[in-house]
Design a protein around this ligand. Sequence first.
Ligand code: SF4
Length: 239
Amino acid sequence: MNVLDKRIFETYAGLEGQQLLEPILRDFPGRAAVVSSFGAESAVLLHMVAEVDKATPVIFLDTGKHFWETLSYRSKLVDRLGLTGVRIITPDEADLAAADPDGTLHQSHADRCCHVRKTLPLQRALEGFDVTISGRKRYHGAARATLDFLSITDERLKVEPLAGFSALDIGAYMRSHNLPTHPLTEIGYFSIGCEPCTQAGGSSSDPRAGRWAGSNKSECGIHWTHNGQDIAGPSSAAH
Ligand code: SF4
């Protein structure tokens, strides 16, 4: 199936959660990759993925700035779920040497730091994939408030099976499947990214309040197009 064929939106219309994820993984074998931060709510999507195909490619961007708790949680979840397709992607050494030789770029130019440590490595990791799947939710607000379940970005089909999930839905799913929680959620972190740019805090109504707190930045840029525009909104294509 050609992911750029607008009829694709009719094919999956009205589906979400596992009901959307399952046919996507079935219909695009070897062409779909999940992008996961192994953060506060990542276990939900990863559990759904494991239920369909444990060998699904799962891309984790190891920026070199993660909390050790996140790296530990990643190992725990991978073991628990039996995921065999996890790919740990790191920034290019030459890019880091040129742009962030002392590792402090996040203090002066956070967008540039995200570009080198996240966006560029992800672009390289996604070469060869036609479909990307992530676990963003509308309830996280800001640019995510209008997320579509399906959109086309940079000639790839972007799938957001959890777009309609609430904080209550996430909690209920975690409990019903007895999924392990990220250790930092137990000390007040609602959303977890790189250590220098994440603070404890947030709430179920503003879970990303602890990300880049005190700045205007709210996204790292990996969900933007190559041209630096935010993702196409709901209705860049009918669905
Ligand atoms: S979240 Fe912070 S440390 Fe991580 S890549 Fe972005 S600016 Fe750099």
